[in-house]
Design a protein around this ligand. Structure first.
Ligand code: ADP
Length: 296
């Protein structure tokens, strides 16, 4: 069993922003979700694991290899899909993927040709293989991105905010590709979209202001809230009162009114018991103090 162990990782940027504070995480094989709001430190952590930047203190071990001290060794085992790509716009999809395959050390011409073909088919870009990447949509670039991340069969795969900016169909396609990655790999998926984690991950952590505030299995964390999540539709001007009287974990616009989601160990009369989901876990963990977080 492969394992990634992050111990006491801290990072403060030169402008004084502390992005990571003593982060400890243990990541096993399978799909791991790193969930947190914008600015939480996810990209900093992803880039540090991908050996693209250094930390101030702490270490990251992949199967007992210190990744910051053995960057060349780790790079061979690593597939990284960053938030956005700067592909050369005038290269075709084929030439782009072929170029990345060369960079990853796949030197045998025939092996490379077969892999490039296989991956262009897998990410549904084979028919567009001769087109220039500069004309590709966000979703197509993202698919080419995952092909370059996986083409050399990495053991550790890092995926940073993959579905931001994708339409629902592209997002679905992207999830299907990710879910087909073998269970023998460690895949870390960083996102601020709760559904990405509930759809795909068997283990997760929530990070906020540079700190890990929860680690566990999404299923188990959701189950812990059974019988404790309540909802009620209220008028907008009642929100302040409800927020002061109850532990409101989130509030959503609902046909002109507001639906409040409340955490309570004991029965609440006038409220309806709600089946908990991962969004409730997320908002319970990261306080939103009465902000209206979404509509329906
Ligand atoms: P996330 O990916 O969760 O949105 P980031 O790791 O990008 O979070 O950012 C964490 C914090 O560090 C934010 O406050 C961000 O503004 C800051 N930050 C990120 N990169 C830099 C940088 N290169 N220089 C200074 N501050 C940065």
């Amino acid at each position: 069993m492969k394992k990634l162990t992050i111990s006491g990782l801290s990072k403060t940027y030169s402008n004084g922003t502390t992005a990571l504070k003593e982060v400890n995480l243990e990541v096993n094989q399978g799909m791991f979700g790193l969930l947190g709001p914008n600015g939480a430190g996810k990209s900093t952590l992803m880039r540090t694991i991908a050996t693209l930047q250094s930390s101030d203190s702490g270490n990251i071990k992949f199967d007992s290899i210190d990744i910051q001290e053995n960057q060349t060794k780790i790079k061979k085992k690593l597939g990284f899909l960053p938030q956005s790509f700067d592909f050369y716009p005038n290269l075709s999809a084929w030439d782009t993927l072929n170029y990345y395959a060369i960079l990853k050390g796949i030197t045998n011409h025939n092996e490379r040709k077969n892999l490039v073909t296989e991956w262009l088919v897998k990410v549904n870009l084979y028919d567009q293989r001769k087109k220039r990447v500069g004309g590709f949509s966000g979703g197509m670039k993202q698919r080419l991105g995952i092909a370059q991340a996986l083409i050399a069969n990495p053991e550790l795969v890092i995926v940073d905010e993959p579905t931001a900016g994708l339409d629902p169909k592209e997002r679905n396609h992207f999830h299907n590709i990710l879910s087909e990655i073998g269970e023998d790999k460690i895949v870390i998926l960083s996102t601020h979209i709760v559904d990405d984690v509930s759809d795909l991950c068997t283990d997760m952590a929530i990070i906020n202001q540079g700190q890990v505030i929860l680690q566990g299995s999404p299923l188990a964390e959701v189950e812990k809230l059974t019988g404790r999540i309540w909802r009620k539709i209220i008028k907008k001007d009642e929100l302040d009162w409800y927020s002061s009287e109850f532990e409101v974990i989130s509030s959503h616009l609902y046909m002109g009114d507001i639906r409040v989601i409340v955490y309570s160990d004991s029965d609440l009369s006038g409220f309806e018991l709600k089946t908990p989901d991962l969004e409730d876990v997320y908002f319970k963990t990261i306080p939103h103090q009465g902000d209206i977080v979404g509509g329906e």
